[in-house]
Design a protein around this ligand. Structure first.
Ligand SMILES: Nc1ncnc2c1ncn2[C@@H]1O[C@H](COP(=O)(O)OP(=O)(O)OP(=O)(O)O)[C@@H](O)[C@H]1O
Length: 223
C-alpha cells in the first residue's frame, strides 16, 4: 500500500507538482508517467526514503527497511564500482532469513530465470546494458519487499528480456505486492496496465491509463 496526503517534493522551495493525494492499495500495479523532468524518479526516491518530501504525509504500511525495493535507472549506477555480477545480484539477499544452502539454490534459479548464467564473474563494466538491467532485476527478484518501485525497468531489454520482465511483474502482482512503474513507453503501458499516475506542473492525475494517453480500447474502437 502507498498512501500520499498533500505530498510535495522537488528542490527546496520549488515543488515540482501541486500537492499529491493518492492511495495505491496492496497488490496494485500502477504506472507513473509524465514528461522528462516532471518528478517521477524523485517521487520514487521520496517513497523509498532516499529523499525527504517538502511537505505532506506518506504511509506505506510496511517498514522501509526490507519492505520497499527500488530499481534505479542504470545510469544512476557507478559502472566503475569494483564488484562482479554475482555480488551485485546477491545483494538482494539483504535481511533474507534463508540459509546459505537455500541462498545458493535460489541464486542459481534467479540467474537462470534472467538468462545470466555464466556471467557471475563479469565486472559491471564488462556487462552489456541489457545484461546489467537483467542483473538489477535479478537482484530485485531476491527480495521479499512488499512495495516495488520500478524506474524504467524495460530500459535496455530486448524482446525476450521484456517478456521475462512482464512475467515477473505479473508474478509479483499475484503475490500481492504493490508496484509503481515508471515508463515512457505509453503504448506498452496502455496494453498492460489499468491505471497510472500522471505528473505535471499543472497537476497530478490518477486515472485509467487509456484516458490519460487518449487511447481507446479495442471494444470502444469497434463501438
Ligand atoms: N539532486 C537534485 N538537485 C536538484 N534538482 C534535481 C535533483 N534531482 C532532480 N532534480 C530536478 O528535479 C526535476 C525532476 O527530476 P526527476 O529525475 O524526478 O524527473 P523525471 O520525471 O524522472 O525525468 P525523466 O523522465 O527525464 O527521467 C528535474 O528538473 C531535475 O533537474
Amino acid at each position: 500500500m502507498i498512501r500520499c496526503q498533500h505530498l510535495q517534493w522537488g528542490p527546496s522551495g520549488q515543488p515540482l507538482t501541486p500537492p499529491l493525494d493518492l492511495h495505491l492499495p496492496s497488490g496494485s500495479l500502477s504506472g507513473l508517467i509524465g514528461s522528462n523532468g516532471c518528478g517521477k524518479s524523485s517521487l520514487l526516491k521520496i517513497i523509498a526514503g532516499l529523499q525527504q518530501p517538502l511537505r505532506g504525509r506518506l504511509e506505506l504500511g510496511v517498514p522501509r527497511l526490507g519492505g520497499v525495493a527500488y530499481l534505479v535507472q542504470q545510469q544512476a549506477l557507478d559502472r566503475q564500482f569494483p564488484i562482479d555480477l554475482h555480488s551485485l545480484v546477491s545483494a538482494g539477499f539483504w535481511r533474507s532469513p534463508l540459509s546459505r544452502r537455500e541462498r545458493q539454490a535460489r541464486l542459481c534459479q534467479v540467474l537462470d530465470d534472467w538468462g545470466l548464467y555464466g556471467l557471475q564473474r563479469h565486472s559491471l563494466q564488462a556487462l552489456s546494458g541489457g545484461e546489467l538491467q537483467r542483473a538489477l532485476l535479478a537482484r530485485l527478484s531476491l527480495t521479499d519487499a512488499q512495495v516495488l518501485l520500478l524506474d524504467e525497468p524495460e530500459a535496455a531489454l530486448d524482446d525476450q528480456g521484456q517478456t521475462l520482465l512482464w512475467q515477473h511483474i505479473r508474478r509479483w502482482q499475484a503475490e500481492g505486492r504493490t508496484q509503481l512503474l515508471v515508463s515512457h513507453d505509453l503504448a506498452s503501458l496502455g496494453q498492460r496496465l489499468d491505471h497510472a499516475l500522471q505528473l505535471s506542473r499543472s497537476g497530478c492525475r490518477f486515472a485509467p491509463i487509456r484516458q490519460l494517453i487518449g487511447q481507446r480500447s479495442p471494444l470502444e474502437q469497434v463501438a
